[in-house]
Design a protein around this ligand. Structure first.
Ligand SMILES: Nc1nc2c(ncn2[C@@H]2O[C@H](COP(=O)(O)OP(=O)(O)OP(=O)(O)O)[C@@H](O)[C@H]2O)c(=O)[nH]1
Length: 223
């Protein structure tokens, strides 16, 4: 074995399937994780999209995450079972501002259970509340989320695909849990994404207006 091989260690592949209602932000989450981008424009996923991302877990373990981003409209369709089959991890995603998307996770989870009913190994299931940047519009109480996790032994995550808040951490924790690796506090903190505030740029003439006496509250806004 060469030095570089020794340093890098063996590669592992994990299949993670992202499920949940349309517009909860599944594609945005996968794109934020795999490509560090976010698009405000909604484009419905027809069927399935794939994303690949290689991460390194403690012990120099290289893990390639295959993220299967399943369109919200596939529930009840013929292909869904096939997409879920063989997954080591399932992300059940809802939008914290949309109560129905939380309630509907029961249907998604029922499909997961059905697909795995004869399987010896069960996938790890993560409950992911997305859009925490819209905390002021939250309709799904944190208590409800925690209860569902406890009742079903789900791992618990709150993220924002928009700001990137806790997105890498979410995937890293899921991969580590599947592989039975413990992340220490420093590793967890390192993965916490610093939330970036966007500066609102006013047109030139507006700037003059804002540079007057009451400018303090208007020049810099956070979105
Ligand atoms: N504010 C906010 N908007 C988000 C966030 N994540 C996604 N969105 C927006 O929500 C809309 C839907 O996002 P998608 O990622 O396409 O949702 P999806 O779950 O993949 O939808 P389907 O393809 O229909 O299953 C888009 O307009 C996104 O820009 C988030 O964290 N915060």
């Amino acid at each position: 074995m060469s030095d570089s091989e020794e340093e890098e260690g063996p590669d592992r592949q994990l299949k993670l399937v992202v499920l949940g209602d349309g517009t909860t932000g599944k594609t945005s989450l996968a794109m934020r994780f795999a490509q560090e981008t976010f698009g405000k424009q909604y484009k419905q996923t027809m069927g399935l999209d794939f994303f690949l991302k290689r991460i390194i877990l403690p012990g120099n373990l290289n893990v390639t995450l295959q993220v299967w981003d399943v369109g919200g409209q596939t529930i009840g369709g013929k292909m869904l079972d096939k997409y879920i089959y063989g997954a080591q991890g399932i992300l059940l995603v809802y939008d914290i501002t949309n109560g129905q998307s939380f309630e509907n996770l029961e249907d998604w989870y029922n499909v997961v259970k059905k697909v795995n009913e004869d399987s010896e190994t069960q996938p790890l299931v993560a409950l992911v509340g997305n859009k925490v940047d819209l905390e002021h519009m939250r309709t799904v109480k944190v208590d409800k989320h925690q209860r569902l996790c406890q009742e079903n032994n789900f791992s618990s995550h709150f993220v924002s695909a928009k700001t990137g808040d806790s997105v890498f951490l979410c995937f890293q924790r899921i991969a580590a849990d599947i592989l039975g690796i413990k992340l220490n506090k420093a590793e967890l903190e390192q993965s916490q994404h610093v939330v970036r505030a966007e500066l609102v740029k006013y047109p030139e003439e507006d700037n003059q207006h804002h540079n007057t006496s009451n400018c303090q509250s208007k020049v810099c806004s956070m979105q």
